[in-house]
Design a protein around this ligand. Structure first.
Ligand SMILES: [Fe+2]
Length: 246
């Protein structure tokens, strides 16, 4: 079966169950225009504030690399007065319902962690994760928001629609053999990635069992994104992260 992105593009007015069904079938659902411009502007201001504050207190969780900077934030610990948009958007009932339908349980750490991530242009593609095509070692549903217009030139995420089913089998088999170890080889060689392009305010939901890769940001360009990580409580417990669930 061949798919293109119109197959997985859906309106923000769609029923959460329909959106969850798209993710089940293809690994991803894309909602263009999910956030109005004013909310995108608010999130962009908070994006910069997260980094400023993390640097000011020398936060140990801040990940600074040549190709970008990331700060993971625990959602239940966010100061709602200083980060109103982030706490509201990643805590909406709409997202929660999609996650509950998709994961088939209310026992979830809903967007328990939010990654705030700036990727900077490099002269050559980075050959490290998450830039290499892969599936995640920990089963995760991600709510991914583009804060600026994002194309193949500035790091649009690459995806292989429908690949989550095969990858899940590989991951589950490895877990059966090795337990929940991190030894699994999760890199996929030369898959047919499609760039998930979108204007500022686009949100997409994807299962990290789907083959995906952070896109190459061309020199002089940047990518600004936030993404919420949702996992079942069972998965969180396996990885000792249950304290992050709200
Ligand atoms: Fe990943």
């Amino acid at each position: 079966m061949t798919n293109n992105l119109s197959t997985v593009t859906i309106s923000k007015d769609a029923e959460p169950r329909r959106i969850a069904d798209l993710v089940s079938e293809f690994g991803i659902a894309i909602i263009p225009g999910f956030l109005p411009a004013a909310t995108v502007a608010g999130l962009n201001a908070e994006f910069d504030r997260f980094f400023d504050e993390a640097r000011a207190r020398n936060a140990k969780e801040l990940i600074e690399r040549e190709e970008g900077v990331t700060v993971p934030v625990v959602r239940k610990d966010i100061d709602k007065a200083r980060f109103p948009h982030t706490s509201e958007i990643f805590g909406t009932d709409f997202m929660r319902k999609i996650a509950e339908h998709y994961l088939g349980t209310k026992e979830i750490g809903f967007n328990h962690q939010i990654y705030v991530n700036l990727n900077k242009g490099t002269n050559f593609p980075v050959t490290l994760l998450p830039f290499l095509p892969h599936f995640d070692k920990i089963s995760t549903l991600k709510f991914f928001v583009y804060l600026t217009d994002t194309t193949a030139d500035n790091g649009a995420m690459g995806a292989v629609l429908g690949s989550q089913k095969q990858n899940r089998l590989i991951r589950d088999e490895e877990h059966k053999r090795e337990g929940r170890s991190k030894t699994i080889d999760n890199i996929i060689e030369e898959p047919p990635l499609v760039p998930v392009e979108g204007a500022a305010g686009t949100m997409f939901i994807f299962d990290t069992d789907m083959t995906h890769a952070a896109g190459f940001v061309r020199p002089g360009k940047v990518r600004r994104i936030m993404r919420g990580h949702t996992r079942t409580l069972a998965v969180l417990k396996e990885h000792g992260l249950q304290h992050q669930a709200a």
